[in-house]
Unconditional design. Structure first.
Length: 227
């Protein structure tokens, strides 16, 4: 795999969306001491800089074929990125709090392409199950529209309720059931129909905005990684 370092460096400081960024202490296999670095996560690429204002990163970690685990040492709030296979290195990172460590571990664990494939497959399974279950939707029609409809069909307008006072204890046996509103129209829609009507336009607009930013930055550049 060939990496275009120039384009990769430009992408690290571009205006493309950032998933997470912040200070972490980094320790490698050769250098046993911790060094404070500014980390920027974009997709499955984890860049790290010497200073936050630097224009070029010191390095990048491609988060594929790895796992995120707690570090097996006495250092507080530390975790590691472990790459599986022969001759693969590991990175040990340290945060400044338990909350920060957990947030970084979750973000890094969800950054790989394999995780995205798993999530898409799970969402497709849930969507298939919901499509088979009809959703009951209640539509309320204004009273004046119901009256006009009855008048046009030849029915007389409803009579006003009696003004006499009734004993509240003299109720029929089934009086605990609430009467059905005459101005309520009920019908059924499947989840697929609701999804097409409401969900897909929002998802389409979000994807167009997200990928539009990336295309604007990289339309005149070569691919970051060439096989």
């Amino acid at each position: 795999m060939k990496i275009n370092e120039k384009n990769l460096s430009a992408y690290s400081t571009s205006t493309s969306p950032v998933d997470k960024e912040g200070w972490l202490c980094k320790r490698g296999e050769l250098n046993k001491g911790y060094q404070k670095r500014w980390f920027v996560l974009k997709g499955n690429l984890l860049f790290y800089f010497d200073r936050k204002s630097d224009k070029e990163p010191l390095g990048v970690v491609i988060l594929e074929g790895c796992s995120i685990e707690l570090a097996e040492n006495d250092d507080q709030f530390s975790f590691k990125i472990i790459f599986h296979g022969p001759n693969n290195r590991s990175y040990i990172l340290g945060a400044d709090s338990q909350e920060s460590m957990e947030q970084w571990m979750k973000s890094l664990a969800c950054a790989s392409y394999d995780y995205m494939k798993f999530m898409v497959a799970d969402l497709q399974r849930q969507l298939k199950e919901l499509e088979e279950t009809p959703v009951r939707v209640t539509l309320q029609v204004p009273n004046n529209q119901v009256t006009k409809k009855k008048e046009s069909s030849g029915q007389s307008s409803p009579q006003p309720p009696p003004r006499g006072r009734n004993n509240p204890f003299n109720k029929p046996v089934n009086s605990h059931q609430s009467p059905q509103r005459k101005d309520i129209v009920s019908f059924r829609k499947t989840f697929k129909e609701l999804h097409n009507q409401l969900g897909r336009p929002i998802l389409r607009d979000r994807n167009e905005w997200r990928f539009g930013l990336m295309k604007q930055e990289l339309k005149t550049q070569e691919p970051l990684i060439t096989l």
